[in-house]
Design a protein around this ligand. Sequence first.
Ligand code: AMP
Length: 596
Amino acid sequence: MRGETIRKDNAPSVTPNLSDYDRARSAFNWSQARTVLSGLPGGGLNIAHEAVDRHSGPGHGEKIALRCVSRDNAVSTVTYAELARRTARFAHVLRSLRIGRGDRVFTLLGRCPELYTAVLGTLKNTSVLCPLFSAFGPDPVEQRLRLGDARVLVTTAVLYRRKVADRRASLPGLKHVLIVGPGAQELPGTVSFDALMSAAPERFTIPPTSPEDMALLHFTSGTTGTPKGAVHVHEAVVAHHATAAYALDLHPQDVYWCTADPGWVTGMSYGIIAPLVHGLTVVVDEGDYDARRWYRILAEQRVSVWYTAPTALRMLMRTTPREGPYDLPRSYDLSALRFIASVGEPLNPEAVVWGQEVLGLPVHDNWWQTETGCIMIANFAACEIRPGSMGRPLPGVEATVLERGESGRALIADGRVTEVESPDVEGELALRPGWPSMFRGYLHDDERYAASFAGGWYLTGDLVRRDRDGWFWFVGRADDVIKSAGHLVGPFEVESALMEHPAVAEAGVIGRPDPVAGNVVKAFVSLRPGIEPAADLERELLAFARRRLGPAVAPREIAFDQNLPKTRSGKVMRRVLRARELGLPVGDLSSLEGPS
Ligand code: AMP
């Protein structure tokens, strides 16, 4: 199917924001993109002002900003004016707690309206917001709270009891825990979010904010060591706005639904910030994936632009085979839908075609990562789609392919790198720094940040090839991180948790390819002397890991292996485990320890 293109027979009902790719690229510059935003009345730039306050006056204030669908399908709405009041109250709450500029406020919440209040209220107060995915277990939560210097946590009684209460003593910097909903009275060391909110005034003047002030902290996983806290600043909003116009083709009348959880960067940049900066109505679904639920939301909420993920599309494809006795999507009125995009993992060509045939619209894949803060490469509404390709760089984005060295990453010689000139040659994807939402550092880790750049390029860690017409095709990761169901999992985090179990001597964790989730996390463990592999122990280890790590990170499979392949320095070689698992040649084993 590669090389085919998708014709878009149903012409979009609106004129795309980007109609001529080459012209848009040559005409674009970031300073001009900045002028479309309002800026703070006294100068400066604050994400919450662009997303909420500037839309809250007469004429737009009555427009629905959030349409929240609860787990039991009740729909509640929040207008822009109301969102401005709620976020003002929360900014006051923080101020009353003596939380100010740069202080870290963490959220550990499902997709409830209070999450949106906490995120945008924190930004109003010029504090820094760090979202945690509510399906993380206690280990990832504790680690991120500690690494990120959390001062405030906004969560619910259930999540606090399950994931934080036992670890609170080891987090002395966490001064305030605000409990959304009931339960604060029974939980020592917490206060009621609702009580504080109702006592707070509903007008707040955003303090002066420099575009370079830190706004967001997003943890992401690496191959080794602890998770990395990618730092983003208020200026990122320029890129959120511009890229959403080009890659998601947002128009003022759109009803928009991003299915990503705001615990991850997509759910923050494009689930909260970008659509609100565009002044749209945003659908928020508190529930979990369910094919019928999703089609119903698309139909009943009259969603026009939908941003989702390949795993979700593959799950929908499974419930709705193209030729089937029961054609689920056709039993819903999806006529409002005019644009579909997806991100986070490779989108297989079949999913693009399925969209076209079953939903009447192709899926536009795009590419970016936590560090880039915004979409970098995309298939655009007005342009041809090459199914299986991530598309072409956005206006304002310069991307290239770098020659690889033995490590698998870009070859760096005397600080210099070499661009691949020929088409269709694999190499590491690199981006020219300078776009507004580029991360400004890894928190407390300057060395790691510096190592992400070479020869004037930011090195993404992804392997790609570029065809002769400039379309980029994803090949794989150059490192060992695992993308499972769209979530980035660091193998080191999983290995460390397993090694806490008294039966485990060592562990090596890889992604095993899976037709729906992309990869599932698989762990190979060697046992301590005297302990025998057994089905009971396997179950116990799976449950142990799940309790500590949560379902989004824990391994789905465990294999016992007393001969884990290791380097001479004693590191488990995940590359060899992966090759063995896939029945592929293991490659150069010269660094392997002893015979294996
Ligand atoms: P995260 O930082 O969690 O958003 O994950 C970013 C990583 O997801 C990228 O470095 C890629 O490995 C992967 N990714 C994102 N978008 C795509 C895409 N369209 N195709 C293939 N992989 C993708």
